[in-house]
Every structure is written in C-alpha cells, then in structure tokens.
Design a protein around this ligand. Structure first.
Ligand code: 1GP
Length: 249
C-alpha cells in the first residue's frame, strides 16, 4: 500500500525524538472548550490531534467536532475509531486499526471491511495499525473491543503480538492500557515490544505527567498519546511539560 503524506510526515518527525499525539473524545469534550484546548496543543508542539473513543456512535457529531478542530488548527486530524461510526469523512487520516487481541473477529477484520469503502470514498489517509490492549481491566476500549487484555506481568505475550504485527506488515502499532488507566503500560512490556517491532510504535493510556512520559520515551518509542489529561483542570500547564520532557529525553 502506498505511503501517504501524513505517514511520511509523522515518520520523519519522529526521527528527531518521540512525538506527542493528543486525543480528544467528541462525546466528552465540549465544543466550547476546543479553542483553548487546541491553543494549548499547538503551543505545546504536539504533532497531531486524534479524534475518537470506544463508545462513539454519532457520526454526525464526530464530523461536526472534526470541522471545529480544523477551523482552529492546521495540525493533522487523525481518527482513532472504536467502530465504523468513528469514520468521519472530513478527517485527514485514520488509524486503520485491527485489535489483534480481541476475541471477536468483528474487531480484527469485520469492522475494517465495513469501514474500508468509506475511507476510500472520502480519501482519508489510512495508517495501517495494529492495536494491542494490555492489562486485565483495560477500560472502555477493552470492554467494547472484547479484548483479552495481555497480563501486565507477561511482557513476552505483548512481544509475540508485536512481532506478529511486524510480520503482517502493519506499519504502526498502538500499545494501549485504556483511557484513564491508573497505571501506564509497564516499561518492561514497552521495551520487549520495541525490541521486536521496528515500525512506528505509539504508547497510550494513563500517561499524566512528564516523569512518566520521559521514562516511556527512553524506551525508544515513536509517540505517546495523551487523552484524559486534556479533560482535567491542569492540562494547560502539564501538557507543555510532557512535550518538553519528550524532546529532552
Ligand atoms: C486512550 O491511550 C489513549 O485510548 C489515551 O489514554 O486517556 O489515559 O491519556 P489516556
């Protein structure tokens, strides 16, 4: 599959150090707060705005949300869909994800088949992504996606899935511990995955401060994802500290 413009940009930018992607959920982020959130994201030099969530069911709402974001920034807007309802026609790109450790084939290839035609029709750049959920209680993503969460004390199992993603040619890998996770993915798990997977490695879930971001960055990943923090009071001061920590790892 041809490599698109956004993929090229992200891969090139990550050569200078890990990127920070911000994740906004159209269901829990009031549109009225978007101007100040986007301003902080831009000032922090985050690399992209992900839009999505596991329980999004209103495609019109997500498209209106993407529209608002695009009025406020030139940063790429990348969909992070939990289902086919997360395909918004006006986004720049989409994490075209397969939830590798789901017990339900719908989340591995079924939703992807159904959503593929819309992605093509609307010319949304697909970023071929393996999605792997770590942790026994991995939040809405794990529940909705019927994931058999990889035990946090079994990094070798995460490594096996990552190697499978590598051999299946998936150019992106999203290692997830669930939005709002109490603990981020254990460093040993990230290190094991990094050794076995050579593509663009993203890590998200439970990253709330610069010291965690810095430790994760040192494992050699390509990007972290920050979601829930943007729904807290102190995001304006914490997000720039996180992105600074990534640059100075
Ligand atoms: C969720 O990994 C992302 O899918 C971000 O997680 O909301 O915990 O930052 P947080």
């Amino acid at each position: 599959m041809k490599i698109g413009k956004i993929e090229k940009t992200l891969v090139n930018s990550a050569k200078n150090g890990p990127l920070c992607f911000t994740l906004l959920d159209s269901q829990s982020t009031p549109v009225s707060k978007l101007p100040s959130i986007i301003k902080t994201i831009e000032n922090s030099k985050a690399a992209a705005v992900f839009v999505g969530g596991s329980t999004i069911s209103d495609q019109m709402e997500i498209e209106a949300f993407v529209d608002q974001i695009k009025k406020l920034t030139k940063l790429p807007v990348i969909l992070f869909p939990g289902n086919i309802s997360g395909v918004a026609s006006n986004a720049d790109a989409i994490l075209f994800m397969s939830l590798l450790n789901s017990d339900n084939p719908y989340f591995i290839t079924g939703a992807q088949a159904l959503g593929s035609i819309s992605v093509k029709k609307h010319n949304i750049e697909p970023l071929p992504t393996a999605y792997i959920i770590v942790g026994e209680g991995s939040g809405a993503a794990g529940f909705v996606g019927q994931a058999r969460g990889i035990p946090t004390d079994k990094p070798e199992i995460a490594g096996m899935y990552a190697l499978a993603a590598e051999y299946m040619g998936m150019r992106f890998l999203y290692l997830e511990s669930g939005s709002g996770a109490k603990e981020p993915i254990p460093l040993e798990t990230i290190q094991t995955v990094r050794k076995l997977y050579s593509g663009f490695l993203m890590v998200g879930g439970g990253i709330k401060n610069e010291s965690t971001a810095k430790k994760i960055a040192k494992t050699g990943i390509d990007a972290i994802i920050i979601g829930s923090l943007l729904e807290t009071k102190n995001y304006k001061t914490t997000l720039p500290k996180i992105t600074k920590a990534l640059r100075s790892k």
